[in-house]
Structures are given as structure tokens and as C-alpha cells.
Design a protein around this ligand. Structure first.
Ligand code: C5P
Ligand code: MG
Length: 203
């Protein structure tokens, strides 16, 4: 009998639809959505945060914040949600683990405190992802990294794919990877996502 928080990692290139699909999953299945990038953006903006400047530098450069910071933000958020409402025990963790450092840190600190259900991956072409991020920037996402320079620095294909490859392999070997074609409209993508979540949890 376990009452550890259930975790689903949500991965995919920036613009692959992680945030959009997570919102839909929350509405239909009542999970809690935690975006690693969003938690870092919030921490960065907290007055007096000792990590603010360091986080901003990583976000602008498109590099990855050391796992200790990200992991502790994720752990604090899960605790807070579960303390407020015990039923909120299933977490969609979007944008994490992003590289081997993220994964190793999670394995060491969090894997025994959580119950990983599966890893959901949105597959989307680089071209489509860049276009989506640029139009998100034009639409006023307010994100300092939705611009062509940061996107280029993020080196979408090479950096992101090469750094998430070992993660996907690791979880694939455990039979935990679920891939969805994200190069379609949000509703079409969600049709496939729904099939994966049905049976996991009803609202
Ligand atoms: O996932 P998202 O595009 O919101 O991430 C924005 C930025 O947050 C990344 O480019 C990176 O600098 C930072 N980040 C991180 N570690 C993660 C996820 C995001 O450092 N696991
Ligand atoms: Mg996001």
C-alpha cells in the first residue's frame, strides 16, 4: 500500500505543446500541473531569492539550472498541494528531467519519495516548434526566452534532443515511455493523450 505522490513526466521540445496538453489533462483528469520552467520563472521573480540571478542567466541562455534548485522547487510544490488537499496526489511534471543532471538528481533525491507512472513525450518537428514559440512571443507570452536569439541558443534540435536522449532511453528500458505525435492541433493531440490517461485517474 503506497500513498506516495504519483508522478508523470511530460517531455518534448519547447513549443511541442506540453503546457497546452497539461492544461487539458488537468481539466479532464484532475492532476496537478507543475512546470519546471514556470516554477523557475516564479522563483526568479521572488524578491530576495538567492537563486534569482542565477536562474535568469540560465533561462536567457537556454541552459539548465542545477538540479538541486529545480528538484527542491518541485518537492516543495508537491508538498504544498498535498497538504492543502490530500486528493491532489497526481502530478504532471512538465519540462523535467531535461538532462542527465536533472535525472540523476531526481533518482537520488526523489525517486523513492514518489511513484512514477510513465513519461509522456510530445514529438514535434523543430520547424513547427520554433514557429509556435515565435508566435507565442509575438502574442505576448511575456517570456524573456520567446525570441529568436534565445531560441537559437536553445539550439532546439541538437541540445534538447541530445540531452534528453539518455533520459528517454533510461525510461524506455523500464517500459515507461508513452509517445504522442504533437505536430497536430491541440484537440487532435489530446485524443491520443486521453487514451493514455484513461484508467490512471478519473476526476
Ligand atoms: O520548459 P520551458 O521552456 O518553460 O523552460 C524554460 C527554461 O527554464 C529553460 O530554457 C531552462 O533555462 C529552464 N529550465 C531548467 N530546467 C528544467 C526546465 C527548464 O533549467 N528542467
Ligand atoms: Mg512550458
Amino acid at each position: 500500500m503506497t500513498n506516495l505522490p504519483k508522478v508523470i513526466f511530460v517531455l518534448g521540445l519547447p513549443g511541442s505543446g506540453k503546457g497546452t496538453q497539461c492544461q487539458k489533462i488537468v481539466q479532464e483528469f484532475g492532476c496537478v500541473h507543475l512546470s519546471a520552467g514556470e516554477l523557475l520563472r516564479i522563483e526568479r521573480s521572488k524578491p530576495g531569492s538567492q537563486f534569482g540571478e542565477m536562474i535568469e542567466k540560465h533561462i536567457k541562455e537556454g541552459t539548465i539550472v542545477p538540479v538541486e534548485v529545480t528538484c527542491s522547487l518541485l518537492e516543495q510544490s508537491m508538498k504544498k498541494e498535498m497538504e492543502a488537499d490530500k486528493a491532489k496526489d497526481t502530478f504532471l511534471i512538465d519540462g523535467f528531467p531535461r538532462n542527465k543532471n536533472n535525472m540523476d538528481g531526481w533518482q537520488k533525491e526523489m525517486s523513492h519519495k514518489t511513484d512514477l507512472q510513465f513519461v509522456l513525450i510530445f514529438e514535434c518537428t523543430e520547424k513547427e516548434c520554433v514557429e509556435r514559440c515565435l508566435s507565442r512571443g509575438e502574442a505576448g507570452s511575456g517570456r524573456t526566452d520567446d525570441n529568436i536569439e534565445s531560441l537559437q541558443k536553445r539550439q532546439l534540435i541538437r541540445t534538447h534532443i541530445s540531452s534528453t536522449e539518455p533520459i528517454i532511453e533510461f525510461y524506455e528500458a523500464k517500459g515507461l515511455v508513452r509517445k504522442v505525435n504533437g505536430s497536430r492541433s491541440p484537440d487532435e493531440v489530446f485524443e491520443d493523450v486521453r487514451k493514455i490517461f484513461v484508467g490512471l485517474k478519473k476526476k
